[in-house]
Design a protein around this ligand. Structure first.
Ligand SMILES: C[S@@+](CC[C@H](N)C(=O)[O-])C[C@H]1O[C@@H](n2cnc3c(N)ncnc32)[C@H](O)[C@@H]1O
Length: 219
């Protein structure tokens, strides 16, 4: 996210396609062009198969997964994001682009196909608290036996260190909330932690934390 001024509560338009279309319409890139650190750390040791990414944004996680050999379904609420990401990656990394299917969907009203993916992942997906459990449960259900669920979010504690994150505690999933998605009888939890990493926003360096759930569905 950028160092914009934030209202007191999440504005309803933030959960609509138009908000994201407008953000992605800006000529300059929003993010770094690199895949997310937590994705690379957690997915590098997985055998490639079929991956579903929810909230693919500028597409660099999808690109990285495809470069590792994954067949990727990259979904986003923003048609502008999808168009820009697919055009850029087709130019930058044509072989990877052939492995990516871009799919416009609002995940809050969509249930991914059950058991269809060897990896289901999202990074920093903004969800209303009341919809989050249902969306994450749908994503978990889309993981095939033996496959991996990887959910990454910002951490509530980073609001305290001055980083310009949206200041709404209810938008931050907790480790306890994520743990409840992967009961032990059906899942092996591989990673469940808040992991620090360096980040630069507006020229200032911060140490921020990723809230990471990585779990393997028992076969
Ligand atoms: C903070 S950005 C993160 C983008 C990317 N995952 C990354 O880490 O660079 C959130 C992304 O989720 C998408 N998004 C927001 N609400 C969504 C929804 N309900 N369904 C699908 N995608 C959504 C936005 O368009 C945006 O691309």
């Amino acid at each position: 996210m950028t160092d914009e001024q934030f209202p007191d509560a999440p504005p309803p338009e933030m959960f609509r396609a138009e908000y994201w279309d407008e953000r992605f319409s800006a000529p300059e890139r929003i993010w770094s062009g690199n895949p997310n650190v937590a994705l690379v750390a957690e997915a590098a040791d997985l055998a490639p198969g079929r991956a579903l990414e929810v909230g693919s944004g500028e597409g660099d996680d999808a690109r990285w997964l495809a470069e590792q050999g994954w067949e990727v379904t990259a979904t986003d609420i923003s048609a502008v994001a999808l168009e820009k990401a697919s055009a850029r990656i087709a130019e930058q990394s044509p072989a990877a682009a052939e492995r990516i299917t871009w799919w416009r969907t609002d995940v809050s009203g969509w249930e991914p196909p059950a058991g269809a993916f060897d990896l289901v992942t999202s990074h920093y997906l903004p969800l209303r608290p009341e919809q989050r459990a249902g969306v994450f449960a749908g994503m978990a259900a889309a993981v095939a036996p033996g496959g991996t669920l990887l959910l990454v979010s910002h951490a509530l504690r980073d609001l305290e260190n001055g980083m310009p994150l949206p200041p709404w505690p209810e938008m931050f999933p907790t480790l306890e909330e994520l743990a409840a998605l992967v009961p032990e009888d059906h899942w092996e939890t591989v990673t469940l932690e808040e992991r620090p990493r360096p980040a630069v926003y507006g020229g200032t360096e911060y140490t921020i934390h990723d809230v990471i759930l990585r779990a393997r569905r028992r076969a």
